[in-house]
Design a binder for this molecule. Structure first.
Ligand SMILES: [Zn+2]
Length: 193
């Protein structure tokens, strides 16, 4: 009987150690379910071959998302292969499909020159529109600290990093393959002035 009690204590200690390890690397305090889901990373591919002039902004916007969320990663699709996200440059207003886009799904980002002409930062635009694909709606008006406040933060705002709440919402959308079970919204959100 004493052995059982000791074993019980020992396995509790092991379980605590196992869940504590991934928590040390996370920005927010994850519960054990989040720690388990951290291993299930969803990969979403993008094709920016029709977004001439936006390459650096797209790369920076993608890097911002990839370094701030853990369970979904944006990767450039090799030439000739299928991509979930089609990124194109246009002369109009930026706009994007409201996700969360699923693996094998379809979403679009239009990087509109009109917003650049108005003085808005290209990297913030790219990161914002990708945020729509990842399931985030606009939060306008809002502060510069929010990525999804978009143009309402003014042309001086160059923040391309989603805040903690925005990161958490995307993490929830992709946790445990959730984005594969929930249909993407699919609406086109237009970021006009
Ligand atoms: Zn928007």
């Amino acid at each position: 009987m004493l052995h059982y009690i000791r074993l019980g204590i020992a396995s509790t200690a092991v379980a605590v150690a196992l869940t504590a390890a991934p928590a040390a690397n996370a920005l927010s305090a994850p519960d054990s379910a989040e720690a388990k889901n951290a291993s299930a990373v969803v990969t979403i591919r993008y094709d920016d071959s029709r977004a001439a002039g936006w390459e650096a902004a797209i790369a920076a916007g993608v890097a911002s998302w990839n370094s701030n969320v853990d369970n979904v990663k944006l990767v450039e699709a090799p030439p000739g292969t299928r991509a979930e996200i089609q990124i194109v440059a246009t002369s109009g207003w930026p706009q994007a499909t409201l996700g969360p886009v699923r693996p094998g799904g379809r979403a679009q980002v239009q990087l509109g020159q009109q917003a650049v002409t108005d003085g808005h930062d290209k990297t913030r635009i790219a990161a914002h529109e990708l945020g729509h694909n990842l399931g985030l709606p606009d939060t306008k008006p809002g502060p510069c600290s929010q990525l999804m406040s978009g143009s309402s933060a003014g042309t001086s705002c160059k923040n391309a990093v989603p805040d903690a709440a925005e990161q958490a919402r995307v993490e929830r959308a992709y946790a445990g393959g959730a984005a594969s079970r929930t249909p993407a919204d699919g609406r086109m959100l237009v970021d006009a002035r």
